[in-house]
Write a protein that binds this ligand. Structure first.
Ligand code: CP
Length: 306
C-alpha cells in the first residue's frame, strides 16, 4: 500500500506517468467516470481549505466514487482529544483512501503509520503540500511543455510556505532548473532548504528582495501569500503582508512567455487587474488540480483504466 507524504515519494519516472495520466483524464473524462464506483474517500481537514479539500472531493466524485469527511478539527472528535492515530484507525473502517490536512508538521506521517488505507498529505503545517506540487508540475508542464531548463521565481513567504518547499524538492530533480528566491529578509527560505537541498545538490539560485529585479529573467513566477496563520504576532504580519503586490506595471517587466502561478488563496499579493493578463495561470492551475488528484487517487488505489 502506498501513501503520498512528499513529492519525493514518486520517482521522476512515476511522476511523469502520473502527469501523463492526468492529461489523459483531461482529454477523455468519460473514460474515467466510473473508475472508482463503490470506493469512498474521506477528507480529514483539521485546518481550513477551499481548493485542496474540494478538489479531492471533486476528483473522487468525477471518478464515480463517494466522499465523506470533516472540514475542521472542531467538528470531529479531535475536539474531545482524540489522537490522529485513533482517528485514522477509525477512518480505515469506513473509507478506501483519505486526504488529511493538519496544522502540525508530520501528522499525516503519523496517520499513515497506523492506517489500513492510503493516506494523502493534503498539507502539514509549514512542511509539505505534495498534491499542490503535483498540481504545479502539471500546470508548468502543460503551459511550457517541459519541466526542465527553466528559471523559476519563488516570491513571498518562502519561510513558512509549504507549497514552495514541496515545489523546490520536486523541481531540483529536473536538469537545468535554477531559482530566484524573492522575499524580505524575515521570510527567507529556511537554512534546511537552502543548505541541505539547493547547496547540497548544487542548484543555481540567487536571493533578491525586489520583485522588479527578478521579473525579466523568469520563465515561471510562483507567487505566494504571506500567511497570517503562521505568524506568532500580528505586528510582524501587518508589516509583511503587503510587501509584494504584483500589478500590471510589474508584469510589463516580464517576458511574454512567462507565466504566473499561485497556489491560492491570494490576499493582496496579485492585483485583480493581473487576472486578465494571458500569462496569469493561477485559475487554470486550480482546474489542473482536479485532474492530477484524479490521477493520484487511481494510482494509489491501483486502479487501471484501459
Ligand atoms: N492551495 C491550497 O492549499 O488552497 P486551500 O488552502 O484553499 O486548500
Amino acid at each position: 500500500m502506498r501513501h503520498l507524504m512528499s513529492p519525493l515519494d514518486f520517482s521522476v519516472e512515476e511522476l511523469d506517468t502520473l502527469l501523463t495520466l492526468a492529461q489523459d483524464i483531461e482529454a477523455n473524462p468519460a473514460k474515467y467516470a466510473h473508475a472508482c464506483a463503490g470506493k469512498k474517500m474521506a477528507t480529514l481537514f483539521y485546518e481550513p481549505s477551499t481548493r485542496t479539500r474540494l478538489s479531492h472531493e471533486a476528483a473522487m466524485l468525477n471518478l464515480g466514487g463517494s466522499i465523506m469527511g470533516f472540514s475542521s478539527a472542531d467538528s470531529s472528535s479531535a475536539a474531545k482529544g482524540e489522537s490522529v492515530s485513533d482517528t485514522i484507525r477509525t477512518i480505515s473502517c469506513y473509507a478506501d483512501i483519505c486526504a488529511m490536512r493538519h496544522p502540525k508538521e508530520g501528522a499525516p506521517m503519523v496517520a499513515c503509520q497506523h492506517s489500513r488505507i492510503p493516506v494523502i498529505n493534503a498539507g502539514d503545517g509549514g512542511h509539505q503540500h505534495p498534491t499542490q506540487t503535483l498540481t504545479d508540475l502539471l500546470t508548468i508542464r502543460n503551459l511550457k511543455g517541459r519541466l526542465d531548463h527553466m528559471t523559476i521565481g519563488l516570491c513571498g513567504d518562502l519561510k513558512f510556505g509549504r507549497t514552495v518547499h514541496s515545489l523546490i524538492h520536486a523541481l531540483v530533480r529536473y536538469p537545468g532548473i535554477q531559482f530566484i528566491l524573492i522575499s524580505p529578509e524575515e521570510l527567507r527560505l529556511p537554512d534546511y532548504m537552502r543548505q541541505d537541498v539547493l547547496d547540497k545538490l548544487q542548484i543555481p539560485y540567487k536571493e533578491v528582495v525586489r520583485l522588479e529585479d527578478a521579473m525579466p529573467d523568469l520563465d515561471i513566477l510562483y507567487m505566494t501569500r504571506v500567511q497570517k496563520e503562521r505568524f506568532f504576532n500580528e505586528e510582524d504580519y501587518v508589516r509583511m503582508k503587503d510587501f509584494y503586490i504584483l500589478d500590471r506595471k510589474k508584469m510589463k517587466l516580464a517576458p511574454e512567455t512567462m507565466y504566473v502561478l499561485h497556489p491560492l488563496p491570494r490576499v493582496n499579493e496579485i492585483a485583480v487587474e493581473v487576472d486578465s493578463d494571458p500569462r496569469a495561470a493561477y485559475f487554470r492551475q486550480v482546474q489542473y488540480g482536479v485532474y492530477v488528484r484524479m490521477a493520484l487517487i487511481l494510482t494509489l488505489l491501483e486502479i487501471h483504466v484501459d
